[in-house]
Design a protein around this ligand. Structure first.
Ligand code: UT7
Length: 329
């Protein structure tokens, strides 16, 4: 008979942190390379400027900064971290995972560590896995990170993507709690739409021709899918958590497009008092990093506080999505 692991009955997010690159890139700079206008970008996406990483703001550096902030927020000693999960599509090495180096630099050098590829749903996937690892007893505390340097894989001359994607990192410490701090995840995928946000060539195909496999996006089908289907997933996340829209304090969807956020807010019939994340206006779309970046921005603005109930939902390339209700640390 094998002894089964047992963990904490409940888990929650104990600390959150983020790293926002120093350089703000206004729409005017994007317009130097694409045929568009400041007005089009603002009305179609809500973006006024985005953050792009400088050379020293690597995936590792941004992750470590976000993780250290989350650790300090949680009060957990880094040596207690049993697992590091890094959601990213822009650590541009096939192997090894960036998670192992982050584990070393944050002071958890022997933790289990791995990367996951779940695009803009990455942070929510990471939190869902962390929740189950803590509750299943595989780790007492988990560091879940979402980090991207999308500027590295964006074609600056492609007017379908050049204005939208951006860089940054966010992190959460998940650990045991006395009350449920993370609701059941509602997640899934639709691989029939794998091509709508994708790299069109594999590394094997580009080998030798020096072209970079940029990220392409057929934005409008993604826009329609996100606006209609994601509100349903978000509603299901509320239902399975037993939480009513009126009980929410915050709605923090992946910062993909302000219009998608507004469409979801309307469909979910969120009451006026529910504060809605709008970090995209100043930060652009940072994929796996966008939700924790938006949460920390709301905290800094005094819009979010400890104990708030938040509905979070990530969605993107795959297509993949994940939504859950969380209580803020
Ligand atoms: O983060 C991962 C998940 N990603 C998302 O959720 C992103 C989802 N998609 C979007 O946010 C939107 O689709 C975009 C903001 C990317 C585009 O907005 P849209 O309302 O879907 O525009 P569209 O692609 O349907 O294009 C509308 C028009 C077209 O012209 P016609 O055919 O109507 O004459 C495009 O050629 O706008 C034109 N257009 C542009 N015009 C000026 C497309 N890109 C641009 C541009 N500047 N950059």
């Amino acid at each position: 008979m094998i002894t089964a692991s047992t963990g904490s009955q409940y888990a929650g997010i104990l600390g959150i942190g983020s790293y926002r690159p120093r350089r703000a890139v206004p729409n005017a700079e994007i317009l130097e390379q694409i045929d568009s206008s400041d007005e089009w970008i603002q009305t179609r996406s809500g973006i006024k400027e985005r953050r792009w990483a400088s050379e020293d703001e690597t995936v590792l550096m941004m992750s470590v900064n976000a993780a250290k902030e989350a650790l300090a927020d949680s009060g957990i000693d880094p040596s207690e971290i049993g697992c590091v999960i890094v959601a990213t599509v822009t650590h541009l090495y096939q192997t090894p995972a960036i998670a192992t180096r982050i584990a070393v630099e944050v002071g958890a050098p022997t933790a289990a560590a791995f990367d996951i590829s779940a695009a803009c749903a990455g942070f929510c996937y990471g939190v869902a896995m962390a929740n189950d690892l803590v509750r299943g007893g595989s780790a007492k505390y988990v560091l879940a990170i979402g980090v991207e340097r999308l500027s590295d894989i964006t074609d600056r001359t492609d007017r379908g993507t050049a204005f939208i994607f951006a860089d940054g990192a966010g992190a959460a410490i998940v650990g045991p709690t006395d009350e449920p701090g993370i609701g059941p995840v509602v997640w899934g995928s639709d691989g029939t739409q794998h091509q709508v946000i994708s790299q069109k060539e594999s590394w094997v195909e580009v080998h030798g021709n020096h072209n970079w496999p940029h990220l392409t996006m057929d934005g409008n089908p993604v826009f329609r899918w996100a606006s209609f289907e994601m509100a349903k997933a978000a509603q299901r996340a509320l239902d399975v958590a037993g939480v009513k829209a009126e009980q929410l304090d915050l709605f923090v969807p992946h910062q993909a497009n302000m219009r998608i956020t507004d469409a979801m807010r309307r469909t979910l019939k969120l009451p006026e008092h529910v504060k809605v994340a709008r970090d995209i206006e100043r930060q652009g779309n940072t994929s796996a990093a966008s939700i924790p970046l938006a949460i920390t921005a709301m905290r800094e603005a005094g819009e979010a506080k400890s104990g708030d109930l938040a509905l979070i939902i990530g969605f993107g390339a795959g297509l993949v999505y994940a939504a859950q209700v969380i209580r803020l640390p």
